[in-house]
Design a protein around this ligand. Structure first.
Ligand SMILES: [Zn+2]
Length: 269
């Protein structure tokens, strides 16, 4: 009789929680499991998450973005701030909007150029990026309120961009030396133009990935961090309910929010 064909008779093997396995088989299975788990972890780490979806890292953004860096040029402020105990009824200081530069493969984009004085705008741009106004290749305006394009004229060599209805409103002012071009979809294969209605109906923000972080340059879709916390529109908001929904949508997309009149902040929830 060939003893090799005998079924296992060890009571210890039969009594084991792994059925008829012996210790060697169990260890082999354990290793297969460990290796499979390690391979899955590796695959998850290598896979690029889709924009706006959670990845194994904290950030929602892609790592291989063509946007390589971004800098806030001017940190904005409001003309009146209810969270500082000021009434909405009247302005108590000049508003300055938050102005951002996004740089990447083949583009240097300024968003909402904020300062009407050419020397001051150039000085802030230099102080924060080392760039001169003529180094900027494009400007994007989130909406037609004057404080978001006070400084556009200083970037005359750049392409001027805005969402179609915003571009139309700006071009109607007859205050610009050349037309603002309608922009939709994706800019420079790196930056999404997002409809973010509420503050104005045609308001648009920008979203891009940088170093695995999803950044939304919100413009006045988000006034300041305090307004964001309460999902509240600024006093001159056209549709407060829509504005709150837009902020919820931004919250699902962004790791970092650059508001229209405040420093940038992390979206931690
Ligand atoms: Zn505004």
């Amino acid at each position: 009789m060939n003893s090799i064909r005998q079924p296992p008779t060890s009571p210890r093997a039969d009594a084991s929680p792994w059925g008829r396995s012996n210790r060697a088989t169990f260890l082999a299975r354990l290793w297969v499991g460990i290796l499979a788990a390690a391979a899955a972890t590796l695959r998850a780490a290598v896979a690029e998450p889709a924009a706006g979806t959670a990845s194994s890292d904290a950030g929602k953004g892609r790592k291989n973005s063509k946007a390589k860096r971004w800098d806030v040029i001017t940190i904005g402020n409001l003309s009146r701030n209810r969270y500082w105990g000021e009434t909405d009824a009247k302005g108590v200081r000049s508003a300055i909007c938050t102005c951002t530069v996004i740089q990447g493969e083949g583009f240097r984009l300024i968003v909402d150029p904020s300062l009407s004085n050419a020397d001051e705008m150039a000085k802030e741009l230099d102080r924060r990026t080392g760039l001169r106004p003529r180094d900027i290749t494009a400007a994007f305006i989130t909406h037609e309120h004057g404080d978001h394009w006070f400084g556009l004229a200083h970037f005359s060599e750049a392409k001027w961009l805005a969402a179609p209805d915003v571009a139309a409103a700006l071009n109607k002012t007859n205050k610009l030396s050349k037309p603002v071009e309608a922009a939709t979809g994706r800019l420079f294969d790196a930056i999404d133009v997002l409809p973010t209605p509420g503050h104005t109906l045609s308001h648009h923000s920008l979203r891009f990935d940088c170093d695995g972080t999803s950044v939304v340059v919100a413009g006045d879709a988000v006034a300041t961090r305090d307004f964001w916390r309460e999902r509240r529109g600024y006093y001159n908001c056209v549709d407060f309910e829509l504005s709150a929904k837009t902020m919820d949508r931004i919250a699902r997309l962004a790791d970092v929010v650059v508001p229209g009149h405040d420093n940038y902040f992390l979206n931690l929830k």
